[in-house]
Design a protein around this ligand. Structure first.
Ligand SMILES: *Cc1c(COP(=O)(O)O)cnc(C)c1O
Length: 356
């Protein structure tokens, strides 16, 4: 039996709302990790990884999947498998790939980013997208090779892309004969918020990256999914990037628990985010757009002239509440596994104290 190990579920007693990446593995994950059957995955011989990849491919209705160490490596290895040097990759200018992935597609893949203005709801203008998708016939133009989407949209505050928007982007891509890659770090938050099976999202894209280590609470890992021949190329790119792992079944075991047990409970995080948002909206000096709070991310603005964001965050921290500054007057709080409705009530009390 896997006993006697004290499992800690909260960092230093603080209520940490900086991100859903701070989630700690569940007891069931620890148990599964300890018991996982493992082998050398570069030889394709880790039974737990193979099971996770097959399970995820079936769930998202794609031919194949590959486990990668991080979402960043997942996106990069997918982009490298889709595009060559000098190829144009079209994406919204607020997306994670453009902002937070160290320029990898450009630095390591020689790709040209073509960022399009992003609306507050996470979408880009479809006429601009169509125009960008058509580039490449003229000798002046880097050939368009890929369209990237992100769902839920992180920098736009966890908003969910509508299914009919996904369908329209897919139609534009098809006309231009371009593949679509989805950064689905939080795709299950989107599916839960829409009340649809995750397949209703993935059917519109050729490849997708999903994070096991965000709201699903696994300690490490992402998956890239797509057609079998494409995933074989992603596997090669993962190796090139140094991401070929050996007995990583200990990681995959937690990933299996994540997909089996942690998806439906995301609704609880969304409900807690809603309670937090409604409470913040009542506090003078805070601005929040409630319509943008659709999943587990709450963004709000501190509009008190003589209170700096850093000062406010410091006051919260002294009282055991962690949130993140997002630049300017914007603050972010993310609900996740380990945060209860009672915690949210407590946080609202602390915020009230800190703005006084
Ligand atoms: C977190 C995140 C990633 C990257 O995942 P890491 O595992 O942190 O590398 C990619 N895209 C989005 C939208 C994310 O939120």
């Amino acid at each position: 039996m896997y006993e006697g190990l004290h499992i800690v579920h909260r960092h230093h007693g603080a209520i940490d709302l900086r991100s859903d990446t701070v989630t700690l593995p569940s007891p069931a994950m620890r148990e599964a990790m300890a018991r996982a059957e493992v082998g050398d995955d570069v030889y394709g011989e880790d039974p737990t990884i193979n099971r996770l990849e097959e399970m995820a491919a079936a769930l998202l209705d794609k031919e194949a999947a590959v486990l990668v160490p991080s979402g960043t490596m997942g996106n990069l290895s997918a982009l490298l498998a889709h595009c060559g040097r000098g190829d144009r990759v079209i994406m919204g200018d607020q997306c994670h790939i453009y902002w937070y992935e160290a320029g990898g597609a450009s630095a390591l893949g020689g790709m040209a980013y073509h960022p399009l203005p992003t609306a507050a709801d996470g979408t880009v203008d479809l006429d601009l997208l169509r125009e960008a998708a058509s580039l490449g016939d003229d000798q002046h133009e880097a050939p368009s090779s890929l369209i990237c989407l992100e769902n839920t949209h992180n920098r736009c505050g966890g908003v969910v892309l509508p299914l009919d928007y996904l369908a329209e982007v897919a139609a534009i891509a098809q006309d231009a004969m371009l593949p679509v890659h989805l950064d689905g770090a939080r795709i299950f938050n989107a599916a839960v918020a829409l009340g649809v099976h995750v397949r209703e999202i993935t059917r519109h894209v050729d490849s997708v990256q999903i994070c096991l280590s965000k709201g699903l609470a696994a300690p490490v890992g992402s998956l890239v999914l797509g057609r079998a021949d494409f995933i074989a190329r992603v596997r090669g790119m993962r190796k090139m990037l140094g991401g070929g792992m050996r007995q990583a079944g200990v990681i995959a075991a937690a990933g299996i628990v994540a997909l089996e047990q942690m998806v439906d409970r995301l609704a609880e995080d969304h409900a807690n985010a809603r309670i937090l948002a409604l409470g913040l909206a009542e506090i003078p000096g805070l601005n929040i757009e409630l319509g943008r709070v659709q999943t587990n991310i709450v963004r709000f603005e501190l509009q008190i002239a003589d209170l700096r964001v850093e000062e406010f965050l410091g006051r919260l921290r002294q009282r055991g509440v962690l949130m993140g500054g997002m630049g300017g007057r914007t603050i972010r709080a993310v609900t996740h596994y380990g945060i209860s409705a009672a915690d949210i009530e407590h946080v609202l009390g602390v915020v009230r104290e800190c703005v006084e």
